[in-house]
Design a protein around this ligand. Structure first.
Ligand code: FES
Length: 107
């Protein structure tokens, strides 16, 4: 496991989700969604719905869950648990650390 800087805190306003592409190694990229809830809590998830090849960063936040824009599956941002069908597979989540203006995740 390693920690990577993904973005600045100013890149993700409260109540929004933004997608980033993280370069882990020369040929290894990871699509991540960084979320700051309305309450100011930070989350990071894999930026693809487990039901299809759809970016979750195109979805909608509702408190600390995210709804996929394609068929409406809902995932808990902290645990990745499926809260609403049609997805059945848990979403991968990553630990987030905010240090000053920088947002880091552990992969
Ligand atoms: S692709 Fe996300 S719910 Fe179907």
């Amino acid at each position: 496991m390693a920690e990577y800087r993904v973005c600045s805190t100013t890149d993700v306003a409260a109540g929004s989700v933004v997608g980033f592409e993280l370069h882990l190694a020369e040929d290894q990229k990871l699509a991540v969604a960084i979320i700051q809830s309305e309450k100011g809590n930070w989350f990071a998830t894999h930026n693809q719905c487990t039901h299809g090849r759809v970016k979750l960063s195109d979805g909608w936040l509702e408190e600390e869950t995210i709804e996929c824009s394609r068929h409406g599956a809902v995932f808990d941002l902290a645990s990745g648990d499926v809260m609403s069908l049609p997805a059945t597979q848990k979403l991968t989540t990553y630990p987030v650390r905010v240090d000053g203006d920088n947002v880091y995740i552990t992969v």
